[in-house]
Ligand binder design. Structure first.
Ligand code: NAD
Length: 508
């Protein structure tokens, strides 16, 4: 508990915190109180007064007003502020990483990794602030110049999931900030304290520059804050990370008002292991992807396709390795798997395993809740003779379905037959198999790897997936374009007025 207090103190958190901020903290009067629970012990850590409708209104109105000033600041100057944000994050990497672990339950090296990802995103965005390019085109009309430019969009709503409580915010926030947008963040109610801590860091940086209303926060129920945000015409873009079911609702609400959405939804990720694969490498990658974060990553490995010639050997090695996974307090060194996020997640795990049995799957390892405080389960391996319906759903828990195949083309077909399309990988030393997996007839996912597991993406690439994963892209590459509006400009510097396509419209 003293460890908990030290973490909270280091980050300026109290036992009760406000859940609404525009730079200055607002104390909502009509909201409830959300208690953040440590999933390792089931005990409360601290609480947050939730934003009510009035607080939401105040926050969005401030974000909309602040946009007018922020959008006129040169992008490289905005980049300098994001650089400072990255530097502040460097200073608090240790306590913030610990808080991520404390509140969400991922092991400490992953908690620290999440903060590193925020720092990396800030660095990326600083560079990007000088590279928000638009192309120049050759006009078909004489003495005309044509080009594209990008303008800031407005207020960006960021709704994030519990499992990446801070990194996903930074994918959006660092880009939105250099693009000239202001933003309002609605984090998951399972991880409100990390959001308050991050807002404190933003406030420190913005106060130095006499700015407010750029990075804003509203912590509150999805049914109050989330609903208002997705239906709010003052929010032209909602970036939503969460389950496919909720994403569908968000997408419909935004589309109805011609708002934009970025959807980062559920995955059902798979690895294919070819007979010529380096099996030692594959084993390590499978373990991290399937058991890491207790199976609570959108990119977690859910389905493993093993070539029949190596299947029995790999299954035996996997079962042995699962036996040596250290499970416990994720803040302790040497622990590889922490708890699930809450009691509801345990129920989902248990329900999925009931369906496994009903649908003919064989649980060959794990399969039970662990009898200790908090929300711990055994990492589980299920062997299947065919892909059963429950293996086509995303269960946010460490359940790995193992299937066997003889032909790579057939394995790719089954791999692609699920509704989700986030992350995928093949393990092989054959250039033919690798290229086939990456080709038009290969993986249909947004992420396709060779000799690398499904989880643990770098920020330099655009992150996201296809089909029911939502089609959104965030973080690197040209993901920034969604946070801006494109304008095509044509300038006539002649004294004539030629029309495009040779159309004539001359008045006598
Ligand atoms: P969730 O769908 O339960 O919640 C996501 C967010 O939606 C939360 O902030 C929640 O409060 C909010 N919300 C709830 N009701 C709402 C409403 N009516 N309107 C607007 N927002 C509302 O998801 P979760 O359990 O927090 O996270 C796990 C899910 O997120 C998994 O499906 C996982 O695959 C997905 N995920 C996807 C990615 C990705 O990049 N593709 C990354 C992380 C997590």
């Amino acid at each position: 508990m003293s460890d908990t207090k030290a973490i909270l103190d280091d980050l300026g958190l109290r036992s009760t915190n406000s859940g609404a901020c525009t730079g200055a903290w607002i104390t909502p009067t009509g909201g409830g109180e959300v208690v953040s629970v440590n999933p390792t012990t089931g005990e409360p850590i601290a609480s947050v007064i939730e934003a009510d409708a009035e607080a939401y209104e105040q926050v969005v109105a401030t974000a909309a007003e602040s946009f007018f000033e922020w959008r006129m600041m040169p992008a490289p100057a905005r980049g300098e502020i994001v650089r400072e944000l990255g530097n502040e994050l460097r200073k608090v990497k240790e306590p913030l990483g610990r808080l991520v672990t404390l509140e969400m339950g991922k092991i400490l090296s992953e908690g620290l990794g999440e903060v590193q990802e925020m720092i990396d995103m800030c660095d990326f965005a600083v560079g990007l602030s000088r590279q928000l390019y638009g192309p120049t085109m050759m006009s078909e009309r004489p003495r005309h110049r044509m080009y594209e430019q990008w303008h800031p969009l407005g207020v960006v709503g960021i709704i994030s999931a519990f499992n990446f409580p801070v990194a996903v915010w930074s994918w959006n926030a660092a880009l939105a900030a250099v693009c000239g947008d202001t933003m309002v963040w609605k984090p998951s109610s399972s991880t409100p304290l990390t959001a308050v801590a991050v807002q404190n860091i933003c406030n420190t940086v913005m106060e130095r520059h006499g700015l407010h209303g750029i990075f804003n926060l509203t912590i509150g129920p999805g049914s109050v804050v989330g609903e208002r945000m997705i239906n709010d015409p003052r929010v032209p873009l909602v970036s939503f990370t969460g389950s496919t079911g909720m994403g569908r609702h968000v997408s419909e609400a935004c589309a109805k008002r011609f708002g934009r959405s970025i959807l980062e939804l559920g995955g059902n990720n798979a690895i294919l292991v070819e007979p010529d694969a380096n099996l030692d490498l594959a084993l390590r990658a499978i373990l991290f992807a399937a058991v890491g974060t207790a199976g609570q990553r959108c990119t977690s490995l859910r389905r493993l396709f093993l070539h029949s010639s190596i299947a029995d050997e790999m299954v035996a090695r996997l079962v042995k390795a699962y036996g040596s996974i250290t499970i416990g307090d994720p803040l302790s060194s040497g622990i590889l798997m922490g708890p699930l996020v809450n009691e509801g997640a345990i129920r989902d795990y248990e329900k999925a395993l009931v369906k496994v049995r009903e649908q003919g799957g064989e649980i060959i390892c794990g399969g039970k809740r662990i009898d200790r405080p908090g929300f711990f389960v055994e990492p589980t391996i299920v062997r299947l003779s065919e892909q059963i319906p429950i293996a086509c759903d995303e269960t946010f828990a460490p359940i790995l379905y193992v299937l066997t195949y003889d032909d790579l083309g057939e394995a790719i077909r089954v791999h692609n037959s699920v509704q989700q399309g986030l992350s995928s990988a093949v393990f092989t030393s054959s250039m033919y198999s690798a290229e086939r997996f990456l080709s038009h007839e290969g993986s249909d996912c947004g992420i396709a790897n060779v000799n690398i597991g499904t989880s643990g993406a770098e920020i330099g690439g655009a992150f996201g997936g296809e089909k029911e994963t939502g089609g959104g892209r965030e973080a690197g590459s040209d993901a920034w374009k969604t946070y801006m509006r494109r304008q095509t400009c044509t300038i006539n510097w002649s004294t004539a007025l030629p029309l495009a396509q040779g159309v004539s419209f001359d008045v006598e």
